[in-house]
Design a protein around this ligand. Structure first.
Ligand code: FEO
Length: 398
């Protein structure tokens, strides 16, 4: 259950801390997750977002500790995805006097998931405001950050931006503020969250940042993870970089191997790329996993993808990663494909095609080895690794 963290006088976080979840629609949540919900005690008692369906009783218990649920006047629904709106049917039974406040697209999506025939709605759009008594809510639609219905809610009297998924992290912690938890862990999880959830929508994120820049913000209260109160500048700057997939002087060598030929090539590329000014990572797909790999790609200037050949195709783990990555639409990346083959060809070639489909600046034809890589092949790997490092420095403007 939640721990009812106080954000300001009569404003609390009452959501659910999901310590045990490790799979969030395929996103691996190593540090758990939270579904944040905010309760505003004012003349009109208001709940901002709810939680995943299974945790409605915990949410209700947290709300009940602070207010009579029957007196809740509004439930703001910033986003209809079930991790935030799944509990609505049960919560509305306990809050029969509540009106749902959302935009038209949100109502349409809610209608796709639930029987809304007896739900009361107040439909809002950008620029609309709602007085709760001493405080008010201002609504800003942010379509495709990251669903069509996504919306921010701003409370000017307390300078709080309820930011929905934006600036969120899958990070379970009993402390709810960014200065009370290890900030590097939180930033790492924020980057992973951005890469897996928000990356395809960089232009929309830029627009959202421009809107947020016009607001006086003391707290950013997202729907997942910790609340930003000390490191607001840092997370906003990070979002600016991530929204354009800004390249760091970083090379990622990402591969899968059968009998270690591709692994040998990967290590030579990695060693060729290593130099003091460049961050270089050697990442075996089945050891690291797609969730973290896409976050590595997000800020890499250059990526080498390597696969052995299995049944004249790339390895299944590489196929899974590249299919996932293509949907996430990273931009401005440079790299090349490599890998091994034996009696049948196809692995590195398929990787090469996928990189082209993702509009990578592909530096060369696939670098290949038949069976075990010989000295000339390994030397070529090392040279191409060095080229990647040079390119990464150039792209990072160093
Ligand atoms: Fe956390 Fe898009 O839902």
């Amino acid at each position: 259950m939640g721990v009812n963290i106080k954000l300001a006088e009569n404003i609390y976080e009452v959501g659910y801390i999901d310590w045990t979840v490790r799979d969030f629609h395929s996103y691996v949540t190593d540090r758990g997750a939270t579904y944040n919900s905010y309760l505003v005690l004012d003349e009109k008692i208001t709940l901002i977002d709810t939680v995943k369906a299974p945790y409605w009783q915990e949410l209700l218990r947290s709300v009940s500790a602070l207010a009579d649920p029957a007196k809740v006047a509004y439930i703001v629904c910033n986003h209809a995805e079930p991790d935030h709106a799944g509990a609505l049917p049960q919560i509305l039974k306990a809050m029969p006097n509540a009106t749902i406040v959302c935009d038209t697209k949100c109502r349409d999506i809610l209608a796709g998931y639930h029987d809304i025939s007896d739900w009361k709605f107040l439909i809002v759009k950008t620029g609309d405001t709602l007085s709760l008594g001493k405080r008010s809510l201002h609504f800003i639609e942010t379509p495709m950050v990251h669903w069509p219905d996504s919306m921010l809610t701003y409370m000017p009297e307390e300078k709080i931006l309820f930011s929905m998924d934006a600036f969120g992290q899958h990070y379970a912690s009993s402390s709810k503020f960014d200065d009370l938890v290890p900030i590097e862990q939180v930033m790492e999880e924020a980057q992973i969250y951005y890469a897996n959830i928000v990356m395809p929508y960089g232009p929309q994120v830029k627009k959202t940042l421009a809107l947020a820049a016009g607001l006086d913000i003391r707290l950013i209260a997202p729907a997942h993870g910790v609340i930003w109160r000390k490191h607001l500048g840092r997370i906003i700057e990070a979002y600016k970089d991530w929204s354009i997939c800004k390249p760091k002087a970083k090379v990622s060598v990402i591969y899968d191997s059968m009998w270690e030929s591709t692994a040998q090539m990967a290590r030579e590329i990695y060693e060729g790329a290593c130099r003091d000014e460049v961050e270089v990572k050697l990442l075996r797909i089945r050891s690291v996993g797609n969730t973290r790999l896409v976050a590595e790609v997000l800020d890499s200037a250059c990526v080498a993808f390597g696969s052995a050949t299995l049944n004249q195709c790339m390895m299944p783990a590489m196929s899974s990663l590249l299919t996932y990555l293509r949907g996430l639409r990273p931009t401005g990346k440079t790299g090349f494909a490599f890998g091994s083959y034996g009696w049948g060809k196809g692995g590195p070639e398929e990787v090469h095609e996928q990189m082209q489909a993702m509009k990578f600046d592909v530096l060369r034809e696939p670098l290949k080895s038949k069976w075990r890589p010989e000295a000339a092949c390994l030397s070529e790997c090392r040279k191409t690794g060095a080229l990647l490092a040079e390119k990464a420095l150039e792209l990072a403007g160093r």
